[in-house]
Design a binder for this molecule. Sequence first.
Ligand code: SAM
Length: 282
Amino acid sequence: MNYAHVFHAGNFADVFKHALLARILVYLNRKDAPYRVIDTHAGEGAYDLAREEADRTGEWREGIGRLAALDRTSDAGQLLAPYLDIVGACDAEGRPQIYPGSPAIAQKLARRSDRLVFCEKHPEAFAALKARFARDRRVKTLDLDGWTALGAFTPPPERRGLALVDPPYEARDEFARLAKAFAAAHAKWSTGVYALWYPAKDRRETDDLWRSVRASGARSALRLELAVAPTEEGGGLTRTGLVVVNPPFVLEAEAHVLLPELARLLERSPGAGAHLIEAFEV
Ligand code: SAM
């Protein structure tokens, strides 16, 4: 396990994923009934972007750093408010004091009666995660394989909630593993919301994932992608995606507002940004 998220914290893919995560949780908060968030690959929970590792890649500069140019009063600005309020104030370079990972975002948006399960396998990342959430009694941090956790914790006792599956894609078979683990979890908990993150480097892989979600028997799903530059063979990550199964019914309309604005703010050169929104409902 070589992957360390601190190198990528706050990059364009994080902005995309975390903005959508916040929209899903805001929606879950509309009903009083408690829910559970299961974050299978949680990372450290939050990141100091002044750390040497984050500074070395500087990926946040083309991610959260670009959001300084957002018009907070626009429709997209208002949809991004729950996420940006958690990110907090930024310095003159557009760098927040601490960049929240998915666990910190879930912790901030969850209510007293909601429960949160964060799994992380990397020993150092887990130590940081455990320390960060030790005092929050709603949170369980587990040094457990995320794929095992997805099977073990579904369905949650609350029957409502979100499973965020955000693996590092270090292994060649991670797309296939994701599809298989999702199908197994969905067979046990068909009403949960699932957010499946992926790097969109190879169209065949991402199309296969979408097809397998359809084949799993899911009743509705959204496929959202954001590109900040054209995909180049062997190049770095420039396109990212999230499949949301059982999406909040408002999410597709929100994506039509959010994604064009994120593409505009995060594109690497004028006109290079793009987005994709596909949905099915049976
Ligand atoms: N979800 C986090 C966020 O949005 O802030 C980022 C997660 S990062 C993309 C993937 C994480 O998965 C890394 O911290 C890595 O150490 C961890 N990881 C890798 N293999 C794992 C496994 N089998 N089970 C749980 N965590 C794993």
